[in-house]
Design a binder for this molecule. Sequence first.
Ligand code: OOG
Ligand code: NI
Length: 267
Amino acid sequence: MTPSDFFSALWNSYTQITPQAQRIQQLFESHGETVLNDHVAFRTFNNSPISLAKLEPQLKAIGYEAYGAFRFESKHLKARCYKHETDADSPKIFLSELLVEELPQTCQDIIGKFIAQIPADTVRSPAIFWAGKLWETPTEEEYLILSKHSEYAAWLSTMGLQANHFTVSINHLKKFPTIESVNSLLHDEGYALNEAGGLVKGTPASFLEQSSTMADKIIYTFANGTQKTIPSCFYEFALRHVQPNGMLFDSFIEGNADKIFDSTNTK
Ligand code: OOG
Ligand code: NI
């Protein structure tokens, strides 16, 4: 599979449950822009058939290599970032995993039940990255317990493996050169933006500025039959700055990322 096939299949499945991304892309296009992606991100469970270590070979298979590692203590997450070995314009990939053993036993039991349903050999091709939920639908009670302790766990239990966001590269926009100009366009169009830690995460001095929408909302039917409006996926905007060495910063920043995760919060 070529990276281009990978990202187009991924975009198709992502926009099915994130119609705002399609609309926002069209909004930029209506202003004469061509939208390029800075990166996409995935979430998963550690110690499972879809752990970061089990998924990584499928990124290698499409020509990607790891170049950074991150830890989010209070969210109980680890992450790595990947870039294409030769094509610098191919979107970067941010892959995080939940350290399930750090959650309370009640959550471990619920997640353990999901993980037990995933076939050991389920990771066989890059298409695993849009496989969605590989376990039975949670009950509303399970979802609420998970969301109390980890919004990430609650989100992953309902959405499974898929791009949780694509990211517009502001560097490649012509008429919207600043993150503030992007945010005000979205604000004027009525989109809810993630305000955790402020609308803009990061500064030019840290070489990466990011903002994101709040995730789209979908009506979800839980295993017990109740329905609830829950967050699906969101759209991000990133502006990278040139470092003193003359190179564009190409990694991620823990302090920014910590707030971007909140784009799928239920409260
Ligand atoms: C990933 C959050 C981090 C970034 O650009 O720093 C991130 C997630 O929400 O799964 O995307
Ligand atoms: Ni991101």
